[in-house]
Design a protein around this ligand. Sequence first.
Ligand SMILES: [Ca+2]
Ligand SMILES: [Ca+2]
Ligand SMILES: [Ca+2]
Length: 165
Amino acid sequence: MPRIALIATGLLMMAGPALAAPDNAQTAPPAAAATTAPKPTAARSTGGVMRYDANKDGTVTIEEWKTGQQARFKSLDTNGDGKLSQNEMYARTPVVGNSVLPTDRQADRQSSNFQRLDTDKDGFVSLTEFMVQADRNFARCDTDKNGRIDTAECRQALQRKPAER
Ligand SMILES: [Ca+2]
Ligand SMILES: [Ca+2]
Ligand SMILES: [Ca+2]
């Protein structure tokens, strides 16, 4: 029964798209091919989480998260003074005209985010202030409170709280 073997291959491919070879894709049943293809957009907002999975075990622990956020802080601090100005913070996410939000909305949002992070109101976000927010973000994603997050958990958490704008 070679067909059953093919279907099994299709199921395996769904479980691990990275293992899918071009040859298998051509011979896979259409149903399996159709289910592997979609879902590109959903991962966009939360897919970034997994880049902090330093040991690649599929979850991001609080330690991995903190290490990653500290590294992020350092890379954002382009003048190396140990704190982030608003320009440094958003240098990589500039307000752009072709986004879903109008540019003034984006700018408003960035400056209100920045002010929320800058809890001592000195006009800069220190590493401590940055990490307070990082902890909060982790906690928000870690809905089952086991000290680990993954993309699915984060996506759920973010969907549950759509009013953050
Ligand atoms: Ca991990
Ligand atoms: Ca700085
Ligand atoms: Ca500050």
